[in-house]
Design a protein around this ligand. Structure first.
Ligand code: HEC
Length: 104
């Protein structure tokens, strides 16, 4: 349990510090962002920040639930992000809760 927590903390630091390096690798633009520490943020952190920055995700603005659901599915189908069905639901919940526009 302790170990898991410290790995998560290390990943957070790595994703923040190595931000520029990561975005450079996939050639996506740097986008400044405000991270909202909502429920299931940890799941987003471990599944969504390996290929691009958090700002790149939030650049979409406030969106309906189906939009976020489809984006998560696109990452899995088109880019082969290895994310379990269960985590896909948690991530969609997080994105909609924090960056949703209230529409289904
Ligand atoms: C395996 C690598 C990979 C992972 C993991 C990944 N993405 Fe992406 N994502 C990409 C690539 C590549 C693009 C750029 C696609 C393009 O330019 O069309 C992208 C683009 C995006 C975009 C911009 C809109 C779009 O349709 O291109 C959003 C939003 C996004 N990702 C959300 C997420 C979320 C949420 C997660 C976690 C569930 C995630 N990504 C995980 C590779 C990944």
């Amino acid at each position: 349990m302790m170990k898991k927590t410290s790995i998560a903390a290390a990943l957070l630091l790595a994703s923040l510090n190595l931000h520029a390096v990561l975005t450079e690798d996939v050639e996506v633009p740097y986008v400044p962002f405000e991270i909202k520490m909502g429920k299931h943020f940890d799941v987003v952190q471990s599944n969504c920040l390996t290929c691009h920055s958090f700002g790149y995700i939030l650049n979409q603005g406030k969106q309906p639930r189906h939009f976020w659901k489809e984006k998560v599915e696109k990452m899995v189908d088109a880019f082969k992000a290895p994310i379990s069905k269960e985590d896909q639901v948690l991530i969609t919940d997080y994105l909609f809760e924090q960056y949703g526009n209230g529409q289904p």
